[in-house]
Ligand binder design. Sequence first.
Ligand SMILES: [Zn+2]
Ligand SMILES: [Zn+2]
Length: 172
Amino acid sequence: MKHASINKNNMLDVKPLIADEGQKFTLCLEQELSPNLIGNNPYKFLGFAKLDATAVYSDGAVNIEGSLIVPMEYICSRCGANFKQNLFIEVCEKVLDGNSDGEHFEIRGDKIDVFEMINELVASNIPNSVLCKEDCKGICQICGKNKNEEDCECEISVGANNPFGLLKDKIN
Ligand SMILES: [Zn+2]
Ligand SMILES: [Zn+2]
């Protein structure tokens, strides 16, 4: 497979793709991310975003398909623990020549701004809430212990007849 031509600003040169319509070009690169992309969430990027994709020109558009992986440090929304996990983003973009509908990326001056595409994909895929594990037990509302680390007796003393016990079940 041929390699796509990318300059140091991660601009993809579309001309070789157009000259070789239907041919798949590998599009693999790493990109440093600005912490601003995380927004107000208390997370961190632990490394570069890795794009592993192919680009092919056909029917007046460049189709970019593959994956984007970002190593992240998250804070669990339920128990507050830090944990590391890769953010996995499926990439499936149809890039048209000069359509400014605002929804798609565009080919501008024979180039696709892959730098901007990666930034936008990462920013729009940062989750607003994450769990350290699917069955995270969270923090006990009564004694404040992290219930993943140790059990407490609070559940037992707050019976089903206690209205706060019921309320707590609904919240969780
Ligand atoms: Zn948790
Ligand atoms: Zn407790």
